[in-house]
Design a protein around this ligand. Structure first.
Ligand SMILES: [Zn+2]
Length: 117
């Protein structure tokens, strides 16, 4: 093998090595992105599930109120709706108007706490 060929081979090899490194980096960031997407998807599914439950509870409350309205003009029963919100809060979701329905992390939220009085 003459010197020209050797040099060409070395050049090609280092080009290949560079591409390989770039591919590895691309792959790494794609993988990171995928993990983020999976986590985000999981969180959204969780949030969605709770919001659906919340809507069902609200619809349930509304139906009950409609039923009661015919009989009496008295105050709506605050018990059940209040309990639902307290439970949602305990399960780690905001019930305040500021962050309603979003995950609460570990800390208490002062807006939510206001709701409990
Ligand atoms: Zn809150």
């Amino acid at each position: 093998m003459d010197d020209v060929n050797k040099k060409e081979m070395l050049d090609r090899f280092s080009t290949f090595e560079k591409r390989f490194t770039e591919l590895q980096e691309d792959f790494g960031s794609l993988k990171k992105y995928l993990v983020q997407l999976v986590e985000e998807n999981h969180q959204l599914a969780h949030e969605n599930h709770h919001l659906k439950q919340r809507i069902e509870a609200l619809q349930h409350d509304q139906r009950e109120q409609k039923g009661l309205k015919d009989k009496t003009e008295s105050n709506q029963p605050i018990g059940e709706g209040y309990d639902n919100l307290a439970r949602i809060y305990e399960e780690g979701f905001h019930i305040c108007h500021v962050y309603f329905g979003t995950p609460r992390e570990e800390e208490d939220c002062m807006f939510c706490l206001k709701f409990f009085g």
